[in-house]
Write a protein that binds this ligand. Structure first.
Ligand code: NAP
Ligand code: ZN
Length: 382
């Protein structure tokens, strides 16, 4: 009896090894080489490389990438600044603001055909079965896969992002691009757009509400545009006095230079909602004190140091502080359609991929107007 059981166990083990081997063999056959830009360590600049991507499976869409936005998260990730929460695996190919054209589709793909415009944001997969996925909030799925630096269920390695000539993504995570929008300015909507659109809706921003946006970078400038389009009274807080005119043009009703304490104090206790889109460590108590009763401050910016908040700053006034990650796929499509209807895109500086390291240095100096968008055709010469 024991001998039989041992034999069966042995056979199962052999089958397991063969299964893994066949899978690897299959993987090898079903891969292609893509050009990309990657970082090989937290301190090395991004440079040209070749990566392996899977050939489209039954439900996949292959996209030639035309533009990819540069998010400050790319910089945090490449430099391993979130090492405690999401350590970076090198080589790292960042990029989750992707717009391009479909070049191949799997036999089971229904939404896209070759030649269509298509977009991909921060997620490329989720289990599709958990309560979060069923509610259309895949960003909270425990088995969600981020577009880069995340375990890749197909290859066994990590996912590679949009600083590349192409990408292959399950059609569930591919978005439709409104035909009237400029493509370079559309790419940043896939992260900066949805990350600001989602909390503004969640916290009920409408006409008559007073909304603060902190930081006029990629996210902040989209926050200003959306809050304005929703009819709110928008106040931008900035550390850069030189951005005042732009902020007014983008839709702010007032601009406050945050280093000017007297100007800031004039707004004490008056905001229904404040969206904090700052990438660097800063004191959020300045902004908590500006909230009205039941006001909320939502963090979308993700500096690496913890915040210290006095209990009474929240207790008196029943204020709350929360965070918000990107948005679900249905909401991302809704945001893109809203942008199509209102002709909203990001204000971009289009750059060739060869300037990506320079762009990162400028991001650290808050010197971007207001998103870098990489023209991926430049990768052909890299
Ligand atoms: P960005 O374009 O670099 O903009 C950040 C802005 O923050 C700057 O333009 C600057 O605006 C302000 N700022 C910079 N240093 C500051 C300092 N020391 N004190 C006060 N303000 C400062 O970055 P981004 O791409 O918009 O991203 C912003 C943050 O959001 C990043 O941490 C990023 O990782 C995070 N993020 C989160 C999500 C999410 O799902 N929650 C998604 C995407 C990005 P002013 O010049 O106007 O002061
Ligand atoms: Zn991003």
């Amino acid at each position: 009896m024991n001998v039989l059981r041992e034999k069966q166990r042995g056979e199962r083990a052999v089958e397991q090894v063969l299964h893994t081997y066949r899978k690897r063999l299959h993987r090898k056959e079903a891969m292609y080489n893509a050009k990309a830009f990657s970082a090989t360590s937290a301190t090395s600049p991004l440079a040209s490389t070749t990566i392996a991507r899977r050939d489209p499976t039954e439900t996949d869409v292959q996209i030639e990438i035309l533009f990819c936005g540069i998010c400050h998260s790319d910089l945090h990730q490449v430099r391993n600044e979130w090492s405690e929460f999401m350590p970076t695996v090198y080589p790292c190919v960042p990029g989750h603001e992707i717009v391009g054209r479909v070049t191949k589709v799997g036999a089971g793909v229904k939404k896209f055909k070759v030649g269509d415009l298509a977009a991909v944001g921060c997620m490329v997969d989720s289990d599709g079965t958990c309560p979060e996925c069923k509610r259309g909030e895949e960003q909270f799925c425990p088995n969600m896969t981020l577009t880069y630096n995340f375990p890749d269920k197909h290859t066994g390695g990590v996912t590679y992002g949009g600083y590349s000539d192409s990408v292959v993504v399950d059609e569930r995570f591919v978005l439709k691009v409104p035909a009237n929008l400029d493509l370079a300015g559309t790419a940043p909507l896939l992260c900066a757009g949805i990350t600001t659109f989602s909390p503004l809706h969640h916290w009920g921003v409408t006409k008559g509400k007073k909304v603060g946006i902190v930081g006029l970078g990629g996210l902040g400038h989209m926050g200003v545009k959306f809050a304005h389009a929703l009819g709110a009274h928008v106040v931008l807080f900035t550390t850069s006095p030189g951005k005042t005119e732009d902020a007014l043009r983008l839709g702010a009703d007032e601009v406050v230079v945050s280093k000017n304490a007297d100007e800031v104090a004039k707004h004490a206790g008056s905001f229904d909602f404040i969206l904090d889109a700052v990438s660097a460590n800063h004191d959020i108590n300045t902004y908590i004190n500006l909230l009205a009763r039941d006001g909320n401050l939502t963090l979308v910016g993700a500096p690496n140091k913890p915040f210290e908040i006095p209990a009474f700053a929240l207790i008196m006034g029943r204020r709350s502080v929360s965070g918000s990650p990107i948005g679900g796929i249905a909401e991302t499509q809704k945001m893109l359609d809203f942008c199509g209807e209102h002709n909203i895109t990001a204000d971009v500086e289009v750059i060739p991929i060869q300037k990506v390291n320079e762009a990162y240095d400028r991001l650290l100096k808050s010197d971007v107007k207001y998103r870098f968008s990489i023209d991926m055709a430049s990768l052909k010469n890299a």
